[in-house]
Design a protein around this ligand. Sequence first.
Ligand code: MSP
Length: 524
Amino acid sequence: MKNKFYITTPIYYPSAEAHIGHAYCTTMCDILARYKRMRGVETYFLTGTDEHGEKIQKKAAEAGVTPQQYVDDIAAKFKNLWKAMKISNDDFIRTTEERHTKVVQNIFSKLYKNEDIYLGKYEGWYCTPCESFWTDTQVGEDHLCPDCGRPVHKDTEECYFFKTQKYLPSLLKYYDENPKFITPVARKNEMLNTFIKPGLDDLSISRTTFDWGIPVKENNRHVMYVWLDALCNYITALGYDTEHHELFDKFWGEDSEIVHVVGADITRFHTIYWPMFLQGLGLRLPDRVFVHGLLDLNGEKMSKSRGNVVSPIPLIERYGVDTVRWFLAKEFSFGSDGRFSPELFAERINVDLANNFGNLVNRTTAMINKYFGGKVPALSNPGEKEKFIEDLTGKTVRKYEALMDDLQPTEAFDEVINLLNSTNKYIEESQPWVLSKENRVEELGNVMAVLVNSIITCTKLLSPALVETQDKVFAMFGLSKEQQQYDYVNKFCVYEGNVVSKGEPLFPRLDVKIETDFINSISH
Ligand code: MSP
């Protein structure tokens, strides 16, 4: 395992307000960043906004404000949302900031001097919303954008091109030598079959038809193509090519694991062109580009015009941030497409958090207060059932860590849920109420010690998603600073004498019908 970790979200277009789909990607990155920090890995987590391009310029004109005013307003809303969702990003880059624009201009010059770029003429099919040119084959007979499905139009433009063929052989070699560079692996095959095998054209990287972009220093009629501008954020935010390059040296160095998390819609830019730009600059390539699926709402693509956008803010206000984060992390596997619906949301919270985890905590605190005056008893002479849970706990921790390190948080949480299920089953099998009646104090104490151990271990393992719950559980079980350390997950039943208080129920059960009505009322 490398000892540094650099994780990035895509930088979002501030063309409309953020919805639950954007929150999904950022939350998953946050979970991975928090996990790495918990394991003691030096971590840097970046997000931000992608503020240039024709689309933004048009939106601003429609709203009757300057593009800068337009993006200032929406970027501030993105920042507020991440605060409300307890996102632990270390920086927030905006591509209109000077620290970005200046360096991108120098990057263009470097690539130009390196003869990776030349001036030419482009003719092709253009999709305005995606800001992408496409070939005849790609748009097909219906002339539709292969990315978003909307109609494209014929356009011609003088522009600078990036020589993709120059770097294609070394890119393919990198794919071969790094089988986890693009995951899930189906996404790599999609790149090869859809874009690379049919023949990769040179990429047009400047525009002359609008001016809301970073000017090309060499030729002031041109602004940079928004994707060249945007992709560079991953290094400009670290101070690449400036006096303050400490973060760049640290997190873009060989001993740093670099992970870009992106939606399936933008895989091509991150796995084909971005590595080529980096090669042109003589820089190392990222370790992983993890492609996550897209979320729909009740089976329909979320969009403002359809009026089916769900903002996370009212959800957080009603249910708390941990429940929203939990739904996103757990409802569908990271990498697969997923669905948000009010019923799925309420049921997910009830099954995992109210009935399983929350209920275990409530029962345990009540029993320790009733049977042991609120003090955690010691484990002594454990029997088969206790040994089974001890063994399962060790296995769970090992599997969890391996899955998290492999960027599979949903499956890692499945393991923890499994341990919680087994612990609840262990209560039923041990029947503490019978042990109490028959005055079998040692056995009863063992049950309590094991329950406390499972709760604390699972709380820690779930803490990258359940960020507020951890503090509540630690307080309820009177954990010392030392006991709060992550490494305690490798010890078993070491909480003897801790004082347990009865807190409020952690996750009240939701009434699916009432909550469905509420969530439908906030979709817009
Ligand atoms: N600005 C570019 C990215 C540049 S990165 C150098 C862009 N922005 S975007 O706002 O349109 O989308 C960015 C990302 O938001 C997507 O790749 C995806 O990760 C996330 N999502 C946007 N809508 C989503 C869903 N409906 N579901 C899941 N993720 C979604 O493309």
